[in-house]
Design a protein around this ligand. Structure first.
Ligand SMILES: [Zn+2]
Ligand SMILES: [Zn+2]
Length: 210
């Protein structure tokens, strides 16, 4: 869990990565091939530690420290449903290397919906005009590659009849799953979101009797 103390007294005004092990700002990103596809890792030139996560300070994303000095990130995600009521997931090449939905950190100049639509286009190549907000809340235990274990989520939902999916480097493969037959290895926040009543009711609306 990244704390204020893991960062320098004066925070940098450019994207900077600090080693999880020794705190040095001398981390290089690597892509390692595994049987599950490519994975992003970080090599520290100071202590030679290789890690799945780093503490990132990036003025181009919304991040702050809460009253307990924990690093918090704000992000937006989107559940994309196809004409058969199935939901789009992809397998992450970045920590935590599990199945997830399109989503990511917000920049300070973005509205949440704008961020969700941007992530859909970037991560799965689907251009959407609009999406519906179905959940907002803060999830503790949602660990990202950039060091935060707490994220505030804005979750959207959109249905698109016959989408064609094109992954970027953040995903190694994609799949469509129905809510009743989800894969086991889903990221913690997505599992959490798919258990919220508001989300389940938004996803099952319109499918009764279908
Ligand atoms: Zn180090
Ligand atoms: Zn994060």
């Amino acid at each position: 869990m990244a704390k204020r103390a893991n960062f320098p007294a004066t925070l940098p005004n450019v994207h900077t990565k600090y080693c999880f092990q020794c705190g040095a700002a001398s981390v290089e990103k690597l892509t390692v091939d595994t049987v599950d596809g490519p994975r992003v890792q970080f090599y520290c030139k100071a202590c030679h530690h290789i890690a799945d996560r780093v503490n990132i300070w990036d003025p181009h994303m919304i991040q702050y420290f809460d009253t307990c000095d924990n690093l918090v990130h704000e992000g937006a995600g989107i559940i994309i449903e196809n004409g058969r009521g199935e939901l789009l997931f992809f397998l992450r090449t970045k920590y935590p290397f599990l199945w997830t939905i399109p989503g990511g950190h917000m920049t300070p100049s973005e509205k949440p919906k704008q961020a969700a639509l941007r992530e859909a286009f970037e991560e799965v190549g689907i251009l959407l005009d609009d999406a519906r907000l179905i959940f907002e809340g803060t999830i503790e235990g949602d660990e990202c590659m950039g060091g935060a274990d707490i994220h505030t989520w804005h979750l959207y939902h959109a249905t698109i009849t016959d989408p064609s999916v094109m992954l970027d480097e953040e995903g190694s493969r994609f799949a469509w799953y129905s809510l009743s037959a989800l894969p086991k290895n889903i990221t913690y926040p997505v599992r959490y979101l798919l258990q919220q009543d508001a989300v389940i009711s938004a996803l099952t609306k319109g499918h009764h009797g279908a």
